[in-house]
Design a protein around this ligand. Structure first.
Ligand code: ZN
Length: 52
């Protein structure tokens, strides 16, 4: 089982790859493990399409 690091924003409901273009608009980007992102109810971003 992998536990990659993805990125979320304080107000977002999705998790992202670091280079996702939707993250460039946010001043604050928070690193989060995939396990934690899923545990906290984040959904995969539809733009950068990280794995679930
Ligand atoms: Zn994204």
């Amino acid at each position: 089982m992998t536990n990659e690091t993805f990125y979320v924003t304080p107000t977002g409901k999705k998790y992202h790859y670091r280079n996702c273009r939707t993250l460039t608009r946010s001043k604050t980007v928070i690193a989060i493990s995939k396990r934690d992102a899923l545990a906290k109810g984040y959904e995969p971003c539809g733009v950068c399409k990280p794995p679930r």
